[in-house]
Design a protein around this ligand. Structure first.
Ligand code: IYR
Length: 333
């Protein structure tokens, strides 16, 4: 696989493609980062960006994971003590998932975001940004109904992190896109380069297919789920026989999360996917790519219940090594 292909596989977009191609020409020693507001458990949404970091490490990039404690505080996620505790758990989960401890730098936002120089640059960005622009950037990230002043400062700090962590490539899920676009517009106004950004797809809530999977709401699959938890959650998942479900009664867009997980998590790791079926129902089905599985679901050849059964098995296999490491660590403690 060529470097650009490895860097961009499973990504929704690179902004801009030309900049991404330039990075791919000489990735050795370049730095990529992703930041997370610490949350209780690593779920399969986080795992998409984590897998991307592993792709980048393989391509020669240095990787930074920002444990965004100050951002979580500004977004009303708890006290600093609570957030710090969650961040330590999250770090352990990333390592269990497979990020290389030797080659991954974990940084807390609070280690550098209170420095005088950072704060002065932040104020310079505040002067260059309207409230409505900051508010728009936060539309898919903010918690709560109204926008607080802290949430308007948040995206500007995220922009500045790119400068202070000396990053060549900023990674995030598609919900981070508007923050990155703001960063691209506003950083040049204080004399900094516009950052290159890569965005991964969002996986919808498992139960409803609406919005994005989150640790705090709805149903997600995490590193801590048992085999039985995974089976239960996947069996209850929203999986109509189509890639393009109708909006729900409230008019909200819906996705097919079962197909999304096959596409983004399972097929990238397996050459063939086997859906086991008893002989009286036609016997096992074997797929070499996502397209043929999705087409069979749509035609009725593959029943949603059989697709879910196979998905639960593959997801369990994917999570098992990290789950075992976390259990070992807990029993050592
Ligand atoms: N907005 C992210 C958290 C975050 C990401 C980066 I990249 C930063 O530099 C700072 C914060 C989230 O929604 O989790």
């Amino acid at each position: 696989m060529d470097v650009y292909e490895r860097i961009t596989r499973n990504a929704t977009e690179v902004v801009t493609e030309a900049e991404g191609r330039e990075l791919a020409e000489d990735p050795e020693g370049k730095r990529a980062y992703v930041g997370y507001e610490p949350s209780g458990v690593l779920h399969i949404g986080h795992m998409l960006t984590a897998t991307k970091l592993m792709d980048l490490q393989e391509a020669g990039f240095e990787v930074t994971v920002l444990l965004a404690d100050v951002h979580a505080y500004l977004n009303d996620k708890g006290t600093f003590e609570e957030i710090r505790e969650t961040a330590e758990r999250m770090k352990a989960q990333f390592l269990a998932y497979g990020l290389d401890e030797e080659r991954t730098e974990f940084v807390y936002g609070s280690e550098f975001q209170f420095d005088r120089e950072y704060v002065l640059d932040l104020h310079a960005l505040e002067l260059e940004t309207t409230l409505s622009r900051a508010e728009r950037a936060m539309a898919e990230i903010k918690s709560g109904d109204s926008v607080t002043v802290s949430q308007a400062v948040y995206p500007l700090m995220q922009a500045l992190d790119i400068v202070y962590l000396d990053v060549d490539l900023a990674i995030g899920g598609m919900e981070q896109r508007k923050v990155h676009m703001l960063a691209r517009d506003v950083l040049p106004k204080i004399g900094e380069d516009a950052p290159t950004c890569l965005h991964t797809p969002l996986i919808a809530d498992l139960d409803t297919g609406v919005g994005k999977m989150s640790a705090s709401e709805g149903v997600s699959i995490s590193m801590e789920d048992s085999t039985a938890d995974i089976e239960g959650k996947v069996n209850g998942a929203f999986c109509p026989p189509t890639r393009d479900p109708e909006p729900d009664d409230a008019g909200r867009e819906r996705e097919n999360p079962v197909l999304q997980i096959f596409e983004y998590h399972v097929f990238p790791r397996y050459d063939t996917v086997v859906v086991e079926r008893p002989d009286e129902y036609g016997g096992d089905l074997t797929y070499g790519d996502y397209e043929s599985l999705a087409a069979d679901l749509e035609s009725g050849e593959l029943h949603p219940a059989d697709a879910k059964g196979a998905l639960a098995t593959y997801l369990d296999e994917l999570i098992a090594p990290g789950r075992a490491k976390l259990r070992d660590a807990a029993s050592d403690a």
